[in-house]
Design a protein around this ligand. Sequence first.
Ligand SMILES: NC(=O)c1ccc[n+]([C@@H]2O[C@H](COP(=O)([O-])OP(=O)(O)OC[C@H]3O[C@@H](n4cnc5c(N)ncnc54)[C@H](O)[C@@H]3O)[C@@H](O)[C@H]2O)c1
Length: 458
Amino acid sequence: MSISQLKEVKTNQVNEYIKNVYKKVEERNEGEYEFLQAVREIFDTIKPVLYDNPVYMKLNILERIVEPDRMISFKVPWVDDEGYVQVNRGFRVQFNNLLGPYKGGLRFHPTVNSSIVKFLGFEQIFKNALTGQSIGGGKGGADFDPKGKSDLEIMRFCRSFMTELSRHIGPNVDVPAGDIGVGEQEIGYLFGQYRKMRNSFEPGVLTGKPIAFGGSLGRKEATGYGTVYFVKEMLEDSNYSFQGAKVVVSGSGNVALYAMEKATELGATVVACSDSSGCIYDENGLDIEFLKQIKEDEKERVQHYTTVYSKAKYVEGCENIWSFPCDIALPCATQNELDMDAAKALVKNNVKAVGEGANMPCTYDAVNYLLENDVLMAPAKAANAGGVAVSALEMAQNNMRTHLTKEEVDARLQQIMKNIYAESIEAAKKYDDSDNLVVGANIASFIKVADAIVAQGV
Ligand SMILES: NC(=O)c1ccc[n+]([C@@H]2O[C@H](COP(=O)([O-])OP(=O)(O)OC[C@H]3O[C@@H](n4cnc5c(N)ncnc54)[C@H](O)[C@@H]3O)[C@@H](O)[C@H]2O)c1
């Protein structure tokens, strides 16, 4: 057999293996579209690794990586302010703890279901591996909507949620954190209940805690800042920078606010942001401090911004955010918020770079369209890994009963984001002969996890 025939046989074996495993994943996870999308994104990009390392196929790494260690689903009853009992459904997926305790946030949002939790948990495995820290992959949440609930209702919900979750987690077992709808306040209530249930003060069981009982300085800012640090590395490699760039950011929650803050600090003008109702736009730049006040303290909608800044424009409908011209787009709200129409609008307006602050914010087609049109693309599992990386620093500080300063945390975060960028670009060049960071981040992280599976046996 000639060398080219041999290569063809090997390529066919890889394609066949991936096709067969993906078919099984579809059958086993019927209707779980977000999870299937996340799996497909990984499978599509790791072919060259399987080609070079057939042992991964022999040991059936793909089928082992897509099946969570366990998926926990539980009832969360709680009493509302009118005295009625409400019931929500809670989830925790423990994907794998090959590299460290299961680690990943909790999301409280009415759309939470097993597909969302599994897609987030699956992504988390690879993101956490990229950070280079000792953390495995997990995720959780509930279909509880904190919007419009009183403080007491949120507290009662959190306490009921933790009553069940507490039996599945621990500082060396599984360490949840925040995500959409879960910030410092919710983490505080969850921690309070865990402490009561265990009669033990174990700060390392949750991250994103208030500073007073074991939280880390710089954690709140870490995901947004980290996204901007990663995009900065990517831009510099193409002789671009944030300096003088027009930036559009979707969302106005934790990730979005601190991405806007850091982009502004680096000389960019943030012209637009959004919430689930609509967008605000000001070509002269948004006042980020005022936005933080509106969202963090006053818990208002972004529309409120225009009551003080009358020159800013409010546009109904969050999907309109991508029609504002910009050089850099940072989707920081939620999954699949940037679709093909949005990608086309961005390309038409000459966008140079897209940095994913949210998890899987771009649809599968949109990612490919942006790449085909030479838009620099910073994929979520690399770009937004700064949050979980600083969570791992929080765990380390809790273990050692010590505190890093904000400056120390920020310096570590910058170095971690630089390392993730370097590893991702190196993998892209080695396996894909390109600068495609989507491929690079998937491959760099997949190899780490696959090697751990091989090393630890069946
Ligand atoms: N918090 C973290 O540390 C962290 C880490 C990594 C990734 N992420 C991801 O970042 C994203 C945002 O998380 P967060 O922690 O900032 O949540 P958050 O609850 O603080 O904020 C979410 C924001 O998005 C808005 N929103 C929801 N749907 C929207 C839509 N379709 N368009 C525009 N705005 C919309 C909400 O109004 C809110 O302002 C999620 O995808 C999350 O998984 C968060």
